[in-house]
Design a protein around this ligand. Sequence first.
Ligand code: SAH
Ligand code: SF4
Ligand code: F3S
Length: 469
Amino acid sequence: MTKRVYIKTYGCQMNVYDSARMADVLAPLGFAVAESLEDADMVVLNTCHIREKAAEKVYSELGRLNRLKRRRRASGGEFLIAVAGCVAQAEGEEMRRRAPFVDIVCGPQAYHRLPELIERAKSDPARGAFDTEFPVESKFDHLPEAASPQGVSAFLSVQEGCDKFCTFCVVPYTRGAELSRPVAAVLAEARRLVGHGAREITLLGQNVNAYHGAAPGESAGGGTGWGLGRLVRALAAIEGLRRIRYTTSHPLDMDDELIAAHRDVPALMPFLHLPVQSGSDAVLARMNRRHDADAYRRVVGRLRAARPDLALSSDFIVGFPGESDADFAATLRLVEDVFYAQAFSFKYSPRPGTPAAEMPDQVPEVVKAERLAELQALLKRQQDRFNRAAVGQTMPVLFDRPGRSAGQLAGRSPWLQPVHVDADARDMGTMRDVRILAAHANSLAGELASQATAVASVPDAAEPERVPA
Ligand code: SAH
Ligand code: SF4
Ligand code: F3S
């Protein structure tokens, strides 16, 4: 009998990718993916630990799952609860106390061991199976080939973990040391994704531009490996792959080779998420970001010189310990100088075990809230301006989803803006020229340009130049 697993994903794109890979691991055990909790025999929460709110969500969800499990057991059924992801890694032991009904706890580097953990949990239900040790080798050496279809726009993790140790961040503790997958494994997975219909691939890593994967034919750990720029060039040669993106990058790892790829590789999209966190040098130093605000401005300048229509996005933290009004004003200045097409901003959330949580001069909640509102208003004005500038332009849109209503498709502009268009369902997976008619809060609306061409004949060089300002 087929069993069903419901996988609920929190947090970043790496978790989205990992959830698909967990489905790949569970498929040989007879698990199909369930569309809802109601018809699931097992649930996996793939969790996020980045801010307190994200972690707390998991415990409230677990309360609901415990009630469901009791009802199932009462009627003689089975129901396994597994917690994966960054909360599992960070709080495995605490979870055993706070939620003893959890059957399996599995950290982000141990997904290939899920079959064994399920066995263990079933044979000793009272104790369950907790596995949050970082294995010496990478999960990528053990996972089955990625098989879960991802559609037109696919994620591909090429790098995992982080050695940067920003003082606010849990990632180095939850994901472990920085590690790059070998070039050959990445290219093989990319070809399979394209074979399954992917036309856009987003390369993922907590620190993706630190990528240094073993070159083809080189043993892992031997040699210096390929950087991300070289990897992007090799991926661009895959026939059928139209668009390449990558996220998330650190300003320090933006090397010449990668910047040159932005100049030379038309498939590399002109949109870059390059988090700066703060515009104050004093705050950046206490965050251990290891660059100042002007170094960031210079990197952005070099990127824009290479690709003049590049649009930028960032993450910001307001209310980091010791952040003064002058520090915050420096962040607003940086935003004014750079101009962001889009951005995420957060109130600083002290995370247990990170250095910043112990720093003096924690900023009061009300101050954090005021600063966040002010920063978000500025970012919103920039985003609106960027989206309005698209109206009247014609740009290639890759249709990757059904639209809001029948007869509509949705896709992305080169600058990652969602675009809604009246189009035939058969156009799904194609890239078409679209004339932008209107800009809404978070999306654009357009119509197919008269000379719309199918994927194969859209010349990349025809993508419009667009300076955001
Ligand atoms: N590797 C990426 C960030 C990954 S975490 C980078 O280097 O930028 C995603 C974002 O969450 C971060 O960019 C940061 O803005 C935010 N974040 C991380 N820890 C946080 C904390 N303790 N409080 C508030 N926001 C945080
Ligand atoms: Fe966290 Fe990113 Fe800093 Fe690494 S570089 S510690 S993932 S914020
Ligand atoms: Fe969250 Fe872990 Fe990603 S903490 S942001 S799920 S790396």
